[in-house]
Design a protein around this ligand. Structure first.
Ligand code: 13P
Length: 255
């Protein structure tokens, strides 16, 4: 089964509007024909979505948001809805990032509502799951992932594998410089694909893109991408500099 690799940049809470516009412009201008073998997405902060979407118009770089609220509109001060993201030019939205679970009280139940609301407006959710260091050390990695998948996806039966993406982001590898080894990533990615195949069928499991996230850099992307179930990366810190992100995009296809 061939799956188009996806290299996604999660900019987190970095960049003013002008910095975001400049970075996105540099990235889009420097992509070459061969880079088209890889799909590229960036997720700037909310304030920069609309201006960055204008910069990305007619380029192959897709726009994503880092979060959404599950209601379409209403008295929910400070929140942003799926239809608003679509109107700002987004095709993707990151859901359930571990930083949102850790600092903003997101649970598998809220992740579930967010996934449903994203799918309703045809935004492609990037569902983030992953274990903490203590959970890994306690041998709980697969039970944690199983719960995140079954509660996060409760009531959701997807038929189109291209309508969503999963990102495995071990919490202990995020922003720490500690990457999972390619073997550790492969083991978990295979578990996730198997889980999805059992729940939603071979068509969905086989074609679903599963990204790895956590200290991805130009010097470790090739090894990760060489694994059969690693279909791309969700890159944090190293996506902020367009030259480094471009290197990651290039090395991701050298396998
Ligand atoms: P780093 O690449 O900075 O470790 O962040 C990973 C991440 O959280 C992407 O969503």
């Amino acid at each position: 089964m061939t799956r188009m690799p996806l290299i996604a940049g999660n900019w987190k809470m970095f960049k003013t509007v002008s910095e975001a516009v400049e970075t996105a412009g540099t990235l889009a201008r420097n992509l070459t024909g061969r880079d088209m073998e890889v799909q590229v997405m960036i997720a700037p902060p909310f304030t920069a979505l609309s201006p960055v979407s204008r910069v990305l118009k007619d380029t192959p770089v897709a726009l994503g948001a880092q979060n959404l609220f599950w209601e379409k509109e209403g008295a929910f001060t400070g929140e942003i809805s799926g239809p608003m993201l679509v109107s700002a030019g987004c095709r993707f939205v990151i859901v359930g990032h571990s930083e949102r679970r850790q600092y903003f009280g997101e649970t598998d139940e809220t992740v579930n509502k967010k996934l449903k609301s994203a799918l309703e407006v045809a935004l492609i959710p990037v569902l983030c799951i992953g274990e903490t260091e203590s959970q890994r050390e306690a041998g709980e990695t697969f039970s944690v992932l199983d719960k995140q998948l079954s509660d996060g996806l409760k009531g959701i039966k997807l038929k189109d594998p291209e309508s969503w993406v999963v990102a495995y982001e071990p919490v202990w590898a995020i922003g720490t410089g500690k990457t999972a080894t390619s073997a550790q990533a492969q083991e978990v990615h295979a578990f996730i694909r198997n889980w999805v195949t059992k729940a939603m069928g071979e068509n969905v499991g086989g074609a679903l893109r599963i990204l790895y996230g956590g200290s991805v850099k130009p010097d470790n992307i090739s090894e990760l991408m060489a694994m059969p179930d690693v279909d791309g990366a969700l890159v944090g810190g190293a996506s902020l500099d367009p030259d480094i992100f471009l290197e990651i995009i290039r090395y991701s296809r050298q396998t």
